[in-house]
Design a protein around this ligand. Sequence first.
Ligand code: SF4
Ligand code: SF4
Length: 356
Amino acid sequence: MHSAPAEIEAPAAGSGQAERPYRRRSGADRSQAIRSFVQFSFIALNLWIGVQFYHFVRQYEAGSTAVITRPPGVEGWLPIAGLMNTRYLFLTGNVPAIHPAAMFLLIAFLAASILFRKAFCSWLCPVGTLSEYLWKLGRDTFKRNFRLPKWLDIGLRSLKYVLFGLFAYAVVSMPAQAIAEFLGSPYGVVADVKMLNFFRYMGTAAAVTLAVLVIASIFVQNFWCRYLCPYGALMGLAALLSPLRIRRKVETCIDCAKCAKACPSRLPVDQLVQIRSAECLGCLECVAVCPVEDTLHMTFVPARKPVHAWIMAAGVAVVFLGVVGYAQASGHWHSAIPEWMYREFIPRVNEYAHPR
Ligand code: SF4
Ligand code: SF4
């Protein structure tokens, strides 16, 4: 992983490390710089999509000539539609007509998580990135992040799986016909506009909830992602299939526990040989801080080969662009929604309630 020769170093006095010399890692670790680049590229993409979608909606609200096209990538913010459409594809073998990009994006994110260990959460998700920078802000400001007691932590962590279970149950109990009718209804057609308006015209209750989540995220690492995000729960379950795992070489490890302290998921990296947990984000923070040469790696388990951060970055990009490219090339990326529907439905979006 690092090409420069490693130095032999004695453990620091009183450090608690094992009393044996170790090969200090040479060369700077670039994993976090590479990951940040991917995270901010994805945020930039989402901002571009958001701005274009806003102007798309505004032209119909203003009743002007439609010149701005709708960016299908906005459907990445419709995870329930993604689940419904994936079930529709599974049941019928046909690509759904309304919000197919939601399904393709869900498939891309699931594939990235299966291949690269919940990489969606720590490499792509804008909410995950925001969450991460909030707790880092809290840590830098208050010199620490707070840890909830173990019993509360475990109880809260199960919440996201419960929430995901409820959504999954609701979707799995829908037949294909019901899914097509739901997404083809005026409510389903403008579900993305409703999502935009949630942020544009946020009510007091939603604003207070959001503020509480932001404040909690400053003090507790990844508060939303760790305890509440059902999408993250799904990605974590998918990551259990991943051939990649953090692996620690017990023979060279000096038990400094820096990896465990750096882990935002509070995993006992310093005590295990492999990290199999669904909570492992694939963030490589533990790898970045390990001071010993060739001791802690993200590893392709079948071949026991280390996987460098740039391979993860390239792999995540190939999966994402590959799935989106396939959807575009096969003519399934855009919703089959005629222009007159947008002209009629968008100005009246508040009239459409969730179908029962
Ligand atoms: S074990 Fe390592 S890669 Fe997994 S979440 Fe913890 S710090 Fe990130
Ligand atoms: S694997 Fe963890 S405990 Fe072992 S040397 Fe690296 S950082 Fe320290």
